[in-house]
Design a protein around this ligand. Sequence first.
Ligand SMILES: *Cc1c(COP(=O)(O)O)cnc(C)c1O
Length: 490
Amino acid sequence: MRFYSTRGGASAKNASEAIVKGIAEDGGLFVPERFPDLGGSLEEMLDMDYADRAAFVLSKYLEEYDFDALSDACEAAYSLFGEDAAPVVKLDDGLYILELFHGPTLAFKDIALTLLPYLLREGCDHAGIEEDVLILTATSGDTGKAALEGFKDKKGVKIMVFYPEEGVAEMQRLQMCTTEGNNVSVVAVKGNFDDCQTAVKKIFTDEQFKKRLKEEGAVFSSANSMNFGRLAPQIAYYFSAYCDLVNAEEIAMGDRIDFAVPTGNFGDILAGWYAKRMGLPINRLICASNKNNVLTDFFETGVYDVNREFYKTMSPSMDILVSSNLERLIFELDGRNAAATAEKMRALAQTGKFTVDAAQRARLKEDFAAGFCGEEECAAVIGNFFEEYEYVLDPHTAVAVGVYDGCGGEDKPTVILSTASPYKFAQDVCRALTGRAETDAFAAAEKLEKLSAEPVPPQIAALKTRPVRFTQSAKTSELRDIVLSFAAKK
Ligand SMILES: *Cc1c(COP(=O)(O)O)cnc(C)c1O
């Protein structure tokens, strides 16, 4: 299957090339030439376990990958999650939580990033790439650690992660900066996530820089959700959740359901939209934003406008103004007219905004609902939810619950995607539950354990004594040189 660039530049001849390149040469994102129809295969998927469902969905795009090897890779990746990689928990009639945080780093990013090393290695083989791969990743907090865990000590790969210095939770920072392995590096950037992401995208599309890198015997790739290899594994859990609900007789095959998705870079929810295009009976995808509500305004007005204040919130992984993956949706809305999409992205880069027309806005309404949840409301949701269900939400998931509460009305069964363990954000969750601030992240985690009767995950407990290896902080203008010297390091 070919992959087109959303901006009309050179296409990739198959998924391997799209995954290895990460981003198209013209700065666009790779999109599959078509959406395989799995509507008729749902029955068949009911009896599969999570790894088999994932391999089945992925194989429709990764046509050149050997199916048995892909199945084995899914088996290996999802065995790291315990019994079920993506369990659906029933809270009430018609209300379910899809728990995506049972992986090594306790965030949903693990679903894709435990598999990406395999997808990339195979991809390099298929694409005939013999150089080492240098992975650059901008993170709003969770991608960084998930990518570091996935790629540490992997042969032929180096990985460098950039995070906003003031923009991540303490546990997230500790998770990243204590990572072991000789092929990893972590740098704090003076700026917000958008600054990190823009700087990394710039390095990616800099031809001169790529030449220099080639002389060092390396090529770039990305572990950000711009990479199709990140997106594809996420499609699978929408199918899997649906199958689980059918198996549990909560819904009948063919019933249409809603998904509420806490959204930042628009990767998670876009995977849901791809699932719908592939025939999964989805009614609405509820796009939930925090106080950085660019997307809410976009769905309401058709104007995407980043000329506004950037807020730091207790759901830092969603503190994003420029949602990269929206470009893939715009490309479809533009009828796959890449020139039209490229024009919008040019406008976004130059003026900070672009507009879709009334007909396009109407089409968005067929698939999406959108809303946002402010900080106080988010804290209240965590408190109320615990009171009602004895279930502790992390702040990102709470944003989705808050928006779901506010935009009901269609009375469809709804699955809330839960994207992180509350322990990653122990201080804010503790404050929401007790009304008292907790200055130490580990004390907060212990308090949370007492309150919730869920033990502190060992990955969190271990951070307390693990040495911090990375303390470098840099301006965005210095990243080029930092990347080059890391690439040259033997
Ligand atoms: C990354 C992340 C999100 C947002 O996902 P996108 O794919 O960027 O929209 C939400 N919650 C958590 C915990 C995350 O790590």
